[in-house]
Design a binder for this molecule. Structure first.
Ligand SMILES: Cc1cc2nc3c(=O)[nH]c(=O)nc-3n(C[C@H](O)[C@H](O)[C@H](O)COP(=O)(O)OP(=O)(O)OC[C@H]3O[C@@H](n4cnc5c(N)ncnc54)[C@H](O)[C@@H]3O)c2cc1C
Length: 409
């Protein structure tokens, strides 16, 4: 068992091992099942991964074509759900098997160490799903969360607009009451994985522009609805993760409001607390793996770049310590609030420094693409140049720390 999994001590809490009537999925683990504890879960899952199941082997390799990577990762999610692994850490009443976020932390740590290159679009399981579970309408979430966990349907996040990024409270997408719900009209941009998604969590204005963040509501919008158009944005690294999504009089049933009407800002802050805070744990597992793999490929030549390597190792250690603290806070029912800005800055620094080291030690990244392995490494390197923008730019994180933590004027 790794040092990482030895950090996963578990304090039983809400949602543990609760049975319910009419559960369409297998029941939660019985009393004495070692998987009810994250350490026992990690050990059992590590054994499962070590046996090299076909779905894991198919996904745990460099796949340059992004759509193929999505297909392989989704096939793996299906197996993980059907065998129960990915249901740990989610409430039983929402289709999970109980347990805590440490279960999910162990799941992705083991997958990363088994060679899975990224969470790909399942990052949104750790950005959006915790908020859906906490603030969504329970019957709706119980319907959609299992499909998300199983990779049958995925989600995207519709916050940013062409004129509203850092200043999110100025967004213009409108939702007006209509029979049985609302009609949503507007334009979202930089919507990660919208191309592959069934749902989009859209932040829309239900109040006046003058109300700013107080006049917003969050909606779960079915992207298959009439009036939705998703246009892919090709990125400089050759992937098609991002999209522009337009909503032209899209009807959204009233039961698809997430949080309270007019409470969209609280929903957005809950999501950003995960995206800037706890997500760092999940992502750093993959950076750690990337660094390790590259070290093995470069071999003794790595010694010439030990300065870059040392910086990457230290940055990763900082993320690991702070993000694990975030996991514990989350498990205790708290959100990180403005403290998540620190974690986000450290995560950005580590992704960049791993990229810097990879480029320094492997000139192939800059010169030519021979195979999928180099192609994916180059995609990762180029992506590491834009990480200081998504989830709120680096300047905005510094602004949050200055104003909300240091209370500077
Ligand atoms: C890879 C990637 C994935 C993304 N995925 C999503 C997604 O799934 N869903 C979604 O809704 N959005 C997504 N975004 C959008 C992202 O949240 C925005 O790009 C970000 O919030 C910045 O907004 P902007 O691009 O409009 O830049 P702007 O807000 O125009 O900022 C431009 C520059 O000005 C600086 N700046 C702006 N205001 C201030 C200020 N008050 N003080 C100091 N500096 C300031 C910023 O730091 C930045 O450097 C993604 C972006 C990227 C790069």
């Amino acid at each position: 068992m790794s040092i990482l999994t030895s950090m996963l001590h578990f304090t039983p809490g809400q949602g543990d091992d609760v049975s319910r009537d009419g559960d369409p999925h297998p029941a939660a683990p019985g009393v004495g099942d070692p998987r009810a504890d994250p350490l026992g879960f990690a050990a059992a899952f590590e054994q499962w991964a070590a046996a090299g199941p076909a779905a894991l082997r198919a996904a745990a390799r460099p796949i340059a074509e992004y759509a193929d990577r999505v297909t392989a990762t989704s096939a793996l999610m299906r197996v993980l759900f059907d065998e129960g692994w990915s249901r740990y850490g989610w409430p039983v009443e929402l289709g999970g098997l109980g347990g805590a976020i440490q279960h999910r932390a162990a799941l992705w740590d083991v997958l990363a160490r088994a060679g899975l290159p990224t969470m790909a679009l399942y990052e949104h399981l750790e950005i959006l799903a915790p908020t859906l579970a906490a603030l969504g309408e329970p019957a709706f979430v119980a319907e959609v969360l299992p499909r998300f966990l199983r990779g049958d349907e995925t989600w995207s996040q519709g916050f940013s607009e062409p004129e509203a990024g850092s200043d999110l409270a100025s967004l213009r997408t409108r939702a007006v009451p209509a029979e049985g719900g609302y009609v949503v009209t507007g334009r979202k941009i930089w919507t990660s994985w919208a191309r592959y998604a069934t749902w989009c969590l859209v932040l829309a204005r239900t109040g006046t522009p003058a109300e700013r963040h107080r006049g917003l509501t969050a909606f779960a919008v079915d992207l298959r609805s009439p009036g939705v158009e998703v246009r892919v944005i090709e990125q400089a690294n050759g992937t098609d993760e991002l999209a522009e999504v337009t909503f032209d009089d899209v009807h959204v049933p009233a039961g698809r409001i997430v949080g309270a009407p007019g409470g969209g800002w609280a929903v957005a802050m809950h999501i950003l607390s995960s995206e800037r805070g706890t997500l760092a744990w999940f992502k750093h597992c993959f950076f750690q793996r990337r660094l390790q793999e590259h070290l093995e490929q470069v071999g003794p030549g790595a010694a010439a770049f030990d300065g870059e390597l040392g910086a990457a190792v230290l940055d990763l250690a900082a993320v690991r310590a702070t993000s694990f603290d975030g996991l514990l806070a989350h498990a205790a029912g708290a959100t990180l609030g403005p403290r998540a800005a620190f974690v986000k800055l450290l995560l950005c620094a580590s992704e960049r420094s791993v990229g810097d080291w990879m480029l320094a030690a492997d000139p192939d990244l800059a010169i030519g693409i021979q195979d999928d392995e180099v192609a994916v490494a180059r995609q990762d390197y180029l992506f590491s140049r834009i990480v200081t923008v998504y989830g709120g730019s680096q300047q905005m994180q510094l602004d949050t720390i200055a104003k909300q933590i240091l209370r500077l004027p």
